[in-house]
Design a binder for this molecule. Structure first.
Ligand code: TXA
Ligand code: MG
Length: 329
């Protein structure tokens, strides 16, 4: 098994040493756990692709500790600087043109002229970034196509002994991957919704921001094409009642929800029922989404039925992940 340690100052120094030496570290961020490597070291980055089983055309997000560091990698345009001021450190990734002498390995950026960068809002991630003073490539710490990891145990389960060290800092606060905003072409486009919404971005930029769901002919982001966030059993969205044999991923009250053929959802056995947020809080629902999907992902269930989630705020990102889970089968 990978070594799971609490993020003491010694462990952070150790993580930085491992990263400098070309190793892999499981790193907590505010969104999900990342699988980090030195972004400048092509061989270290290759280990990420190998461990995840990730197609090499899908570029990684590069994590920085400061805007100054990011500016050595990508062209921080006035709009990028305004968004950095408003949302960094935080769950917003910017896709920008690489600088002329950008040192990030071509493999990390999948050979594209652009690069995805963000500063995470997590004291452990920031401490490691500062200790090694390297930009870190870190995709979500899950096997390619599977649900993202929001606890250290999820990371350890997925990678066994393929990672040198996992820094454990509890469950991820946001629970969904960062918003990815493409600023490299004319019109700013959200290519992956997350906790920072298109409306919030549009307000800072004082111009419209589109939500690009991915045109299969000309995708703006390779990640839009991929199967993603897939449990091993089917997922059914917008469920207003249950079918026999289904597990229920609830949102809000289930007092009046019935099971076709007889029975009430509230009487389901514990292993068939999870509630993303009894109070109907979308942020709480986002934080619980991947863990609860994992808990309900058992062969004994025919499917996971998910109650309707309002498509506003971070609900847009929750519905995006659910849709991909439905479509990936
Ligand atoms: O919250 C997060 O963003 C987490 C944590 C660990 O920071 N990381 C994460 O990374 O979700 P990953 O590699 O699983 O997702 C990166 C996404 C992919 O959909 C990828 O296609 C897209 O960003 N992406 C990266 N570079 C890109 C580029 N140059 N152009 C377009 N899309 C890009
Ligand atoms: Mg991912």
């Amino acid at each position: 098994m990978s070594r799971i340690v609490s993020p003491t100052p010694e462990a952070i120094t150790n993580a930085a040493e491992i990263l400098c030496a070309g190793g892999l570290v499981g790193l907590p961020t505010e969104t999900v756990y990342g699988l980090a490597a030195n972004a400048l070291d092509g061989q270290a980055v290759a280990k990420i692709f190998a461990a995840k089983g990730r197609p090499s055309f899908n570029p990684l997000i590069i994590h920085c500790h400061s805007v100054e560091q990011a500016a050595t990698l990508v062209e921080m345009t006035p709009e990028a600087l305004a968004l950095a001021e408003a949302f960094w450190p935080g769950p917003l990734t910017l896709i920008l043109k690489r600088t002329k002498d950008c040192p990030v390995s071509d493999l990390a950026g999948a050979g594209l002229p652009t690069l995805a960068v963000r500063i995470p809002r997590h004291e452990v991630a920031l401490a490691v970034l500062k200790a090694c003073d390297l930009p870190l490539a870190a995709p979500s710490a899950n096997k390619s196509g599977a649900l993202s990891a929001t606890t250290p145990a999820h990371v350890a389960e997925a990678f066994k002994d393929e990672i040198d060290l996992i820094l454990a800092a509890g469950a991820s606060a946001v629970g969904l991957e960062s918003t990815v905003l493409d600023l490299s072409m004319g019109e700013p486009a959200v290519v992956r919704p997350g906790a920072v919404t298109a409306e919030e971005i549009s307000e800072v930029l004082a111009r419209p921001v589109v939500y690009d769901k991915g045109d299969p002919e000309v995708p703006r982001s390779p990640g839009q094409l991929l199967k993603h966030y897939a449990p091993s059993i089917p997922v059914r969205m917008n469920a207003i009642d249950l079918l026999p044999g289904e597990a229920l991923l609830a949102f809000g009250s289930i007092k009046f929800m019935g099971i076709k053929g007889g029975g009430a959802a509230k009487d389901l056995p514990d292993d068939s029922l999870r509630n993303l947020s009894e109070e109907g809080d979308l942020h709480q629902a986002a934080a619980n989404l991947f863990s609860m999907m994992r808990q309900l992902d058992q062969p004994a269930h025919k499917a996971i039925a998910v109650m309707p989630i309002p498509d506003t705020g971070i609900g847009v990102a929750i519905n995006d992940r659910l849709r991909r889970a439905v479509e990936s089968r």
